[in-house]
Design a protein around this ligand. Structure first.
Ligand SMILES: C[S@@+](CC[C@H](N)C(=O)[O-])C[C@H]1O[C@@H](n2cnc3c(N)ncnc32)[C@H](O)[C@@H]1O
Length: 287
């Protein structure tokens, strides 16, 4: 286990898995969507999953009391015993509770001066762990709502071991809004966000102008926003939305070459073998 001071002070309950109680629509499904039909193994690049494109479950309460449209739905999929163990053993050190107040980053990471990188929707956390190991001088805050994924990354943190990763198991939109102050981040990673293939679901896509503006406001001048997708039409949308955010500038002429630190996932590899494309976008906050 990595040598890191316990983050137990951040926990409000003895069982870290309870941190999930607040994370997904207070336990209710969203208004117009159903459970995406894939299991944990499908959490990688989106060509290999059909996230959020089923239409089998509508909660009448959601119609009567509409809530903000979210970029995720609560997916089926249980944590393995090893993932549950990781929650119990490593959760107190590495899981931070969601709270609508600024995160005390130096206390959470037990150091003050490291560059601060936010990753939204890390899935099973393979890429997160890879990058955190490659860049030990940087701090990584991973935000993910999928419980087995959180357990999987905790497990990796213990196995690797890693001391520069913390996790918040909550809607990243609220985390960015309420926990991360303006100009506080050096980088943001959004790798293979759910593409929400169907047109009527496009409103659920994470990377839309208001959220991109919010993300950009959290970056320091010179900080970067790195997105990747394997869904061409979403890539085009990203290019348009990021390009339309006045506080950001593109580091490339259109799509960027894949930065070396982003590993090629097995799903991406499979897609590439099948001839599918992958598009990286790297923008910087203007000074
Ligand atoms: C298609 S998966 C990609 C996972 C990973 N980045 C990868 O490249 O394999 C998208 C992930 O984003 C997560 N997600 C979607 N919206 C989110 C949100 N608002 N807050 C936190 N996680 C979110 C989903 O739970 C899912 O695990």
């Amino acid at each position: 286990m990595p040598d890191v001071p316990p983050a137990a002070a951040f926990l409000d309950k003895p069982s870290p898995r309870r941190l999930f109680v607040s994370m997904t629509n207070h336990g209710q499904p969203p208004a117009d969507d159903a459970q995406p039909a894939h299991d944990d193994a499908d959490l990688g690049a989106s060509q290999s999953n059909a996230t959020g494109d089923d239409d089998t479950h509508v909660d009448p309460n959601d119609v009567a009391h509409p809530r903000r449209i979210r970029s995720f739905v609560r997916r089926a999929g249980r944590s393995s015993e090893a993932q549950k163990r990781a929650f119990d053993v490593l959760g107190p050190q590495f899981l931070l509770p969601y709270a609508p107040e600024p995160l005390d980053w130096p206390a959470a990471f037990a150091r003050a001066d490291a560059p601060r990188i936010l990753e939204i929707g890390f899935g099973m956390g393979d890429g997160t762990a890879y990058i955190a190991k490659l860049r030990p001088a940087d701090d990584f805050l991973g935000v993910e709502v999928h419980e087995p994924g959180v357990g999987a990354l905790l497990k990796r943190i213990g196995e690797t071991p890693l001391s520069n990763v913390r996790i918040i198991a909550h809607d990243a939109v609220e985390v960015v809004q309420h926990m991360l102050p303006e100009g506080s981040l050096d980088g943001v990673h959004v790798f293979f966000p759910d593409p929400w293939h169907k047109k009527r679901h496009h409103k659920r896509r994470l990377l839309q102008p208001p959220f991109v503006a919010l993300l950009a406001s959290r970056l320091k001048p010179g900080g970067y926003l790195h997105c990747a997708t394997d869904w061409q039409e979403y890539a085009e949308q990203m290019l348009e939305v990021l390009g339309g955010e006045p506080t950001l500038e593109n580091t490339a002429d259109g799509y960027a070459p894949r930065p070396d630190y982003r590993p090629v996932t097995k799903f991406e590899n499979r897609g590439l073998r099948l001839g599918h494309g992958v598009w990286d976008l790297v923008f910087r906050k203007r000074a």
